[in-house]
Design a protein around this ligand. Structure first.
Ligand SMILES: [Ca+2]
Ligand SMILES: [Ca+2]
Ligand SMILES: [Ca+2]
Ligand SMILES: [Ca+2]
Length: 144
């Protein structure tokens, strides 16, 4: 009878540890600019732009992302990107179906795939994958 309870304690203890590390808090704070504990799509887009994710993918700098640009810049990261955002990311993101993504279309679609509960904000649990993708060697580490 005591076993499931213990397992639960260990599991929640681990989760708390992960969130409480200074590195995690520092990273989260970089995104959650007003410090309210949630990352809105605006905060997310601002940080994404600061990291120059869209700009890094938009190689001809025309503020429009073509599928071929994404594929050539992502290179071997294309698989990880597809796993994170779905293989049909480009099609879903392209709201007006012109085969190009604006900065807004790109940022919004990326945000939505992290916002698992569709609350229009990212809590700390939802931020976990963002932190992984944004760190050195992650999907968005494009300048290497
Ligand atoms: Ca916030
Ligand atoms: Ca372009
Ligand atoms: Ca479009
Ligand atoms: Ca959410």
């Amino acid at each position: 009878m005591t076993r499931p309870y213990k397992t639960w304690l260990v599991a929640s203890g681990l989760a708390l540890c992960l969130c409480a590390t200074p590195a995690f808090a520092a990273e989260y704070g970089k995104w959650d600019l007003d410090g309210d504990g949630f990352i809105t799509s605006k905060e997310y887009s601002d940080r994404f732009d600061e990291m120059n994710v869209f700009g890094g993918l938009d190689t001809n700098k025309d503020e429009a992302l073509e599928k071929s640009e994404m594929q050539s810049v992502l290179g071997e990261k294309a698989d990880s990107f597809g796993q994170r955002h779905g293989e049909d990311f480009f099609e879903r993101a392209d709201k007006n179906n012109n085969n190009k993504l604006t900065r807004e279309e790109f940022n919004n679609a990326a945000f939505m795939s992290y916002d698992m509960d569709k609350s229009a904000s990212l809590d700390q649990a939802e931020f976990g994958p963002v932190g992984q993708d944004a760190r050195e060697g992650g999907i968005y580490d494009l300048e290497s």
